[in-house]
Design a protein around this ligand. Structure first.
Ligand SMILES: [Ca+2]
Length: 197
């Protein structure tokens, strides 16, 4: 009687092994086994996701930005850094979660940075994460967030309106005679209130 054979397939991250024409352990014990490895190239890469704790603020209000940096490949990344084109001071981090929390950003690890700003105007920030793969090639990624700064203005009356007072949220009614606007908004957003004029 033929003896049973023991087969072991060893796989490592990013590689697969397939056994073909595996013989029956007893009746085909003398047949050869074909073992095929398929190597899949996973390019090194880095990813940054940037968020803001507010999407709209009043002038001077603080906004906290959070940057989450991860490794999209399987190669460890060294010299990882995070920069923001507008939040250039007060950057904190990285706070490292997952993995071994050493100096290399590896697959499955999360490095988080934070930065706060007081915004006076609507601001679009661009964050850039950078690192080096084991071949010393640079990998980079960017993410952008826009926070709107609301600047309600007042209504400047151009001609005499046909109304004297409205409540917040009421439509302003008038009958233009020439088509010219009777008032204009001097701010960049809708007035927060309508008052007697
Ligand atoms: Ca690490």
């Amino acid at each position: 009687m033929a003896q049973a054979r023991l087969f072991r397939v060893v796989t490592t991250s990013g590689k697969t092994a397939t056994l073909a024409n595996v013989p029956d352990a007893t009746s085909q014990a003398s047949l050869a086994i074909t073992c095929t490895y398929t190597n899949k190239f996973i390019p090194p890469g880095i990813n940054v996701v940037k968020t803001a704790n507010k999407s709209e603020v009043k002038p001077g209000d603080p906004v906290k930005y959070t940057f989450v940096v991860t490794n999209t490949g399987i190669s460890p990344l060294s010299n990882v850094s995070l920069a923001d084109d507008k939040c250039t001071t007060g950057m904190t981090g990285p706070v490292k979660t997952g993995g071994n929390q050493d100096a290399l950003l590896e697959k499955g690890e999360i490095w988080t940075y934070e930065c706060s700003q007081n915004l006076q105007n609507t601001t679009t920030n661009i964050a850039t994460a950078t690192g080096k793969d084991p071949n010393n090639q640079t990998v980079t990624d960017t993410d952008t967030v826009t926070v709107k700064v609301l600047k309600p203005g007042s209504l400047a009356v151009k001609t005499e309106p046909t109304y004297s007072e409205v409540k917040p949220g009421d439509p302003v009614k008038w009958t233009p005679t020439t088509g010219a606007p009777r008032w204009t908004n001097t701010g960049t957003d809708a007035p927060a209130d309508h008052r007697k004029i």
